[in-house]
Design a protein around this ligand. Sequence first.
Ligand SMILES: [Zn+2]
Length: 139
Amino acid sequence: MISYEAGAEFAAPEVAPGPRNMRQAVRRGLKGRCPNCGKGHLFRAYLKPVQACSVCGEDISHIQADDGPAWLTILIVGHILVALILTVDGWAGWPMWVSMAFYPSLGMVMCLAGLPLAKGVFIAAIWAGEGADPKLSAQ
Ligand SMILES: [Zn+2]
C-alpha cells in the first residue's frame, strides 16, 4: 500500500494508466526501448535489463523473462538454419569441413544477435500483460 503525505507534489505520469497496447509495447521491446514510453533504453548491458526507465521512470525490475527469450531464439534460428543447410548444402557442394565450420558459427552469431531482441519482446509482452489485469500490476 502506498501512502502519500498531504501537500507533497508529484509529477504527472507521462502515460495515462489503463489497458496497455500489446502491439506497441512489443514493437518497442523489439527495438530495445522502454515498453511504456519507447524512449528510454530497456537494457543496461547485453542482456541486463534496467531497473527502471531513465526517461519515464517505469519500473521493470520485477519482470522476469526466464527461459522465454532463449526458447524463442532457438525456435526461430533453428528453423532458419535447417532450411539454409538443406538448401545451400545440396546446391553448393562444399567440403564437409567448410560446412562443419560455417553452420555452427552462423548459428551462434544468429543466436547472439537474436537473444536481445527476444528478451525485449518478452519483457515488453509481460509488461503489457500486467496492464491488462490491475491485480497483476499491484503485486
Ligand atoms: Zn520509459
